[in-house]
Design a binder for this molecule. Structure first.
Ligand code: FNR
Length: 204
């Protein structure tokens, strides 16, 4: 039997009727049996200001604590203007600072997104994947969960009854649990050599 895991879910939309928040609510019930998914509301975070890094606001301390307590992260985000919504980028930036004290370090992460358009927020997901390189996070590559035409996939009260989408989310969460278990086992082994962790080495 696997060790129980704790996932932290964050939605990249603050909208009350948000399809992404609805997808995250659905995900809470689609986790594998040994996993608990809790959510964190990023609506209370102030705008990032580097001046406040050394004495961060309470909501930031709480966010970083929740991320650190989790074995893995689930991000459910819309796409705004082909990219990451500001509110989510703001949360990512806060929790990544100060330099050397990022709460995201080494965390496995799964992405899902819903859009009213035809591409299911996939472009924002690729921008998030780019940020994960510097954050040294470990994204699940497959399956990619891009929920297109969200207004048709979710009911008017925000429930997700579409069986294909539910299965896809369940598959993603299983893949995240597998990744978290694998990385946990790797961490438990003694390190073989130390390698530089941050930044790009440009040679030539
Ligand atoms: C959007 N939307 C959108 N959709 C998309 O597929 N690609 C995009 O680039 C954008 N850009 C965009 C910008 C802004 C500022 C808004 C408010 C919306 C539409 C978006 O998919 C739709 O509003 C979703 O319903 C947003 O997700 P939530 O709030 O339902 O989770």
């Amino acid at each position: 039997m696997n060790t129980p895991l704790s996932f932290l879910g964050i939605a990249g939309s603050l909208r009350r009727g948000s399809y992404n928040r609805a997808a995250l609510r659905a995900a809470v019930h689609l986790v594998p049996p040994d996993v608990m998914l809790r959510t964190f509301d990023i609506g209370g975070l102030p705008l990032y200001n580097q001046d406040d890094e050394s004495a961060p606001p309470p909501a930031v301390i709480e966010l970083k604590r929740a991320i650190r307590a989790a074995d893995a992260i689930v991000l459910a985000s819309p796409e705004y203007n082909y990219s990451i919504p500001g509110v989510l980028k703001n949360a990512i930036d806060w929790a990544s600072r100060p330099y050397g004290d990022s709460a995201w370090e080494g965390k496995p992460v799964a992405l899902l997104g819903a859009s009213v358009g035809a591409f299911g927020a996939i472009r924002a997901q690729y921008h998030l994947r780019q940020a994960f390189v510097f954050l040294n996070m470990h994204p699940v590559n497959q399956p990619e969960v891009a929920i297109a035409n969200a207004a048709k996939v979710f009911t008017s009260d925000g429930s997700l009854e579409d069986e294909t989408t539910r299965q896809r989310i369940a598959e993603l969460l299983r893949a995240l649990a597998d990744l978290a278990h694998r990385l946990g086992a790797e961490r438990a082994r003694p390190p073989s050599a130390s390698t530089p962790r941050h930044g790009v080495t440009v040679t030539g």
